[in-house]
Design a protein around this ligand. Structure first.
Ligand code: KIV
Length: 286
């Protein structure tokens, strides 16, 4: 393995705190992406304000059909890996399904483990009005919480599925109430996923903490996407709200094909990839 690269100048800047994120309400939009590994965190870190170790890794990394199956241990392992790679970004880790919904004490215990074992700046959890008491309990005990309202991937197994939220009056009012409840409970920011644009705009104008949109609105205080979608690596499906900035999937296939052809035709390894025996020293020389 090559030596560890020297930290770049940009990485020497102090880490962005949740207070910094909170202070960005209405300012320059927050740039957020997901990360699951050390090398990816190293590459993204100089360019983003916040890295989310999202439970989307269940699908993107582990090939699961939904995010429901991922465990707290898995999130902690990936969270620690991202913390090893990110020097500057605020790192937030998703609490996975089943690790917080049963009550405030469970949520606090899961979040405290995440914070202690990874060193991350905070946790994210999904839900609205029904989670507000839990968020208040956690925040009151020193756990910074990023909320998540609108389309809730951990609840795809109920009848809401992956449907865009806020299309009817009742849905609109529900998601707005959810965002207000989570902001009121002390979340430092709120992810709004998969809602009609005008609802995300309304939430952003209503709550005093930053909103981070994904399939939401350009009016949000920031944006987040799943990095593997942005890079064109994860191609099982691409939601319409994703903009692809690269097509690395085909590049990976091209590289694998070229390597396979080289190996089969004995073009790899070449002499430069082999270790020759050191030539014997001439007699009498030290
Ligand atoms: O799990 C995840 O990656 C997320 C973001 C897409 C917001 O929750």
């Amino acid at each position: 393995m090559p030596n560890k690269p020297e930290p770049k100048k940009s990485q020497a800047r102090p880490r962005i705190s949740v207070a910094d994120i909170r202070a960005r309400k209405g300012g320059v939009p927050l740039v957020c992406l997901t990360a699951y590994t050390t090398p990816m965190a190293q590459r993204l870190d100089p360019h983003v304000d916040l890295l989310l170790v999202g439970d989307s890794l269940a699908m993107v990394v582990y090939g699961m059909k939904t995010t429901v199956g991922v465990t707290l241990e898995t999130m902690i392992n990936h969270g620690a890996a991202v913390m090893r790679g990110a020097q500057r970004a605020c790192v937030i880790i998703d609490l996975p399904y089943g690790s917080y919904e049963a009550g405030a004490e469970l949520a606090y215990a899961s979040a405290a483990r995440v914070m202690k074992e990874t060193g991350a700046q905070g946790v994210k959890l999904e839900g609205g009005v029904e989670m507000a008491g839990t968020v208040r309990h956690m925040v009151g005990r020193g756990i910074p919480v990023l909320g998540h309202v609108g389309l809730l991937p951990q609840k795809v197994t109920d009848k809401s599925g992956y449907r865009i939220q806020g299309k009817d009056d009742a849905g609109w009012k529900r998601v707005l109430a959810d965002a207000k409840a989570i902001a009121g409970a002390g979340a430092f920011a709120i992810v709004i996923e998969g809602t009609v644009e005008s609802l995300a705009r309304q939430i952003t104008e209503t709550v005093t903490v930053p909103t981070v949109g994904i399939g939401a609105s350009p009016a949000c205080d920031g944006q987040i996407l799943v990095t593997d979608d942005v890079l064109g690596v994860f191609s099982d499906f691409t939601p319409s709200f994703v903009k692809r900035y690269a097509e690395l999937g085909p590049d990976i296939e091209r590289a694998a094909r070229a390597y396979a052809e080289d190996v089969r035709n004995r073009r790899f390894p070449g002499p430069e990839h082999c270790f020759p025996l050191p030539s014997p020293r001439p007699k009498g020389k030290a």
